[in-house]
Write a protein of this length. Sequence first.
Length: 94
Amino acid sequence: MLDYRIVIPSSRRATSIHKILALMPDATVYVAEDEMDDYAPHVPRANLIAHPRASTLVECYNWMITQFDEPCLIKADDDLVSVDIMRHDRLRAN
């Protein structure tokens, strides 16, 4: 079994983050420390992690990948609206 974690860096989308969490309920949402209070009502505490405010997205990603031991991190955008599955050369929308 693959050992992985789904991570979602997010900024200024607290009221819409529930849409991606409906698709990926076990995902870990990363937000800047100063946005934690905005996201707290919308994301389970166990799935919400604050990162130091970074000046670039690359700095945020670099900090994020140092936080977990899983060998595979899957990054999803915070504005994702669907997940499609390919099986046997056929696309099945979920």
